[in-house]
Design a protein around this ligand. Structure first.
Ligand SMILES: Cc1cc2nc3c(=O)[nH]c(=O)nc-3n(C[C@H](O)[C@H](O)[C@H](O)COP(=O)(O)OP(=O)(O)OC[C@H]3O[C@@H](n4cnc5c(N)ncnc54)[C@H](O)[C@@H]3O)c2cc1C
Length: 437
């Protein structure tokens, strides 16, 4: 009997696991279960819409999906449509590739005020994620504070200041494009607790900020160190990356504030201490910091930025899934290098936390495939026959990969001029495209 494997989640870690299993010599049936109709996780719904080349990796996933042993069960939520325990009863192995979809908290007073929107929601909104289509962010503020110094923060800042011409060739949804173009935003403050040396931006993304059509990056040159300080724990590669970032930031120093209509202000050594206002955000109170032993320490000097929109991009977490051993402090699964129980495995962000690039998930998938084939020599469970029976009893409309390819073709056909696609943004509308008259 084939080994019957269910992979829950269709992001990179799920697809890399499927690919590794499919390429092994073992006789496997691989069923991928995804709560949304559309596959590919954060490649579709996280990676910035104006970074289309990064999204091309999903073409390789289509090759895996075309294999005979592979089936896709989209629009199926593990937890509500079928429980994890029931799924484990149906399959020889269950691999959870469910990511870390929730925002970390800032942990400061006022962060629940209206106008504080975490990056998961804001990025989901401009990327057409069905959970966030109703977000309707209030973009009437001239100033916006983006909290965080990583690539997600820089993606958000860039999307807020790009022109229609710059954004139009992307797959940002028409609704979000119109809302951003109608916004009053002129000044985006990128707030980092630590300094330019500690910033986590990659250099390509940082340099992009210097090449925008209607926005000039702003930074106070006096805070940029002449060189990356000596640190024996730092690899040569890491040192070179940081030096490149410092060089890019130095190029921003002479840029004039009145050069364009919009500005992105790189404010380092600035720790948010309180979100100000009543029910709605009116500003952010920050404390100047200095970096001591790699940590940001407050100096006792405070300042405020007036704004009605605060977008924290300070990392992600998961809140787990019933039946999964889980570390609630860290927001990740408890596992022994990916083994989370008998026949239960974790890969990607739910295993490691939200770090690394798309390719970092590939070794996870390979390791999970190796572990499954080491642990299980022959299949004994019914697999997809049992899953399909349970879903039929519930009346769930399964979206298979052929359906997805039809939806994909529909989105491409509906694209505005020069754009790769116009995403269908609600589950009901996706099912209407597939089944409607
Ligand atoms: C805003 C943002 C931008 C990024 N940009 C880049 C970039 O430019 N380049 C780069 O290399 N990396 C980028 N990354 C990182 C990259 O996206 C991640 O490394 C990768 O997506 C993690 O893969 P994953 O499979 O663990 O999770 P995900 O991609 O999150 O996939 C998880 C999948 O599981 C599904 N799921 C969750 N719960 C259930 C359930 N109960 N039942 C069924 N399905 C479920 C979800 O719907 C989702 O499709 C970015 C990340 C973010 C957040």
């Amino acid at each position: 009997m084939p080994i019957r494997v269910a992979i829950v989640g269709s992001g990179p870690s799920g697809f890399y696991t499927a690919e590794a299993l499919a390429k092994s010599d073992a006789d496997c049936e691989i069923d991928m279960i995804e709560r949304l109709p559309a596959p590919h996780g954060l490649i579709r719904y996280g990676v910035a819409p104006d970074h289309q080349t990064t999204k091309n990796v999903s073409r390789n996933f289509n090759k895996t999906a075309a294999r005979d042993e592979f089936r896709y069960y989209g629009n199926v939520d593990i937890g509500s449509d079928v429980s994890l325990d029931d799924l484990r009863g149906m399959y020889d192995a269950v691999v959870l590739a469910i990511g870390s979809p929730e925002d970390n908290k800032l942990g400061i007073p006022g962060e629940d005020k209206q106008g504080v929107i975490g990056s998961a929601a804001f990025v989901g909104w401009y990327n057409g994620h069905p959970d966030f289509v109703e977000l309707n962010p209030d973009l009437a503020s001239a100033n916006v504070c983006v909290i965080g110094n990583g690539n997600v923060a820089i993606d958000i800042a860039r999307l807020l200041v790009k022109t229609r011409e710059e954004l139009s060739p992307s797959d940002i949804t028409n609704d979000s494009l119109d809302a951003l173009q109608a916004s009053s935003v002129t000044d985006v403050f990128m707030l980092g607790r630590r300094g330019p040396v500690e910033a986590k931006f990659t250099n390509v993304e940082l340099r992009e900020m210097g090449k925008l059509e209607n926005c000039a990056p702003q930074i106070d040159g006096s805070i940029i160190p002449d060189a990356v300080p000596e640190d024996e724990d730092m690899s040569d590669r890491d040192r070179r990356l940081r030096e490149r970032n410092l060089a890019t930031l130095r190029e921003f120093v002479p840029r004039q504030p009145d050069e364009f209509e919009k500005r992105v202000h790189f404010q380092f050594y600035a720790a948010p201490r309180e979100i100000l206002g009543g029910d709605k955000v009116e500003g952010v109170r920050l404390e100047r910091t200095e970096v001591v032993d790699g940590r940001a320490v407050g100096t006792g000097e405070f300042f405020e930025i007036e704004t009605s929109l605060v977008l924290p991009a300070v990392g992600y977490r998961s809140s787990g899934l019933e039946g999964l051993p889980f570390n609630d402090d860290w927001g990740v699964a408890i596992s022994d290098e990916g083994r989370a129980g008998e026949g239960l495995y974790v890969v990607g962000w739910i295993k490691r936390g939200p770090t690394g690039v798309i390719g970092t998930n590939r070794p996870d998938g390979q390791e999970a495939a190796r572990q499954i084939l080491e642990d299980i020599s022959e299949g004994t469970k019914p697999g997809r026959a049992a899953l399909e029976a349970a879903l039929a009893a519930k009346g769930t409309r399964i979206v298979n990969y052929q359906d997805w390819l039809r939806l994909d073709a529909h989105e491409k056909a509906e694209a505005r001029d020069g754009a790769p696609r116009e995403k269908v943004i609600t589950v009901a509308a996706m099912l209407e495209v597939l089944d409607g008259g």
